[in-house]
Design a protein around this ligand. Sequence first.
Ligand code: ZN
Length: 243
Amino acid sequence: MQNPALFFVPGSKVLFITADMYDIPIEKIVRSRRRTIALVITSEAQLIVRAPLKAPAAMIEDLIREKRSWILKKIGEIRQRPATTVHAYSEGETFFYLGRVYPLHIVESGNSPIERTDRLCVCRTLLPDIKHRLKCWYMQEAQREIHARCMWFSMTTGYTPKSIRITDARQRWGSCTSEGGLNFSWRLIQAPLEIVDYVIVHELVHLKQPDHSKKFWSRLKEIMPDYERRREWLRENERLLRI
Ligand SMILES: [Zn+2]
């Protein structure tokens, strides 16, 4: 028997648990007034433990040991996912728009400063500020496309938002305000249309069902029977959708 199983690695904030064959690093233990222990694998493949204030270390340790194969499986799955996109904004680099890939093409002059043909054409004069200019362009496009899709689904589902706004949110694709307005991150416009549609319908259903209750998911499934597949796509590919 190895003992103790939980210990600090000197010079690091990471706790390690020695399980039989593998070491599973714990990024952080977050204690709060919750009642149960939850094991969370983040999108960076790190294990975070959420635990009640007084849960003994041995209890956390037992749970990790019990869930070891699940944890390793999840970590493995996340490591298989595409790596985060990092752009240097040079000729030929790829960008997404509604799920299609567009290579960046720097032009000397054009009809408009940014133009989408079979490539994403950007005037050379924009280069010093290209990240910001591309973001503004994506925001405009998102405004038009997402607004139109949202109106369409509003008509077919009968859920009507009071307003539709495009935001700069990083963590959330969409959100629903208590006043009945819907917000969507401009980043969503990079995803395939069927994924955009999923986020729109998800938020529209929230107008009637603000929580993620069984009722919420079953209503969503009635409108979009294959929503789980779309949701999974978003989870697996979110790292690609950064500019
Ligand atoms: Zn939701």
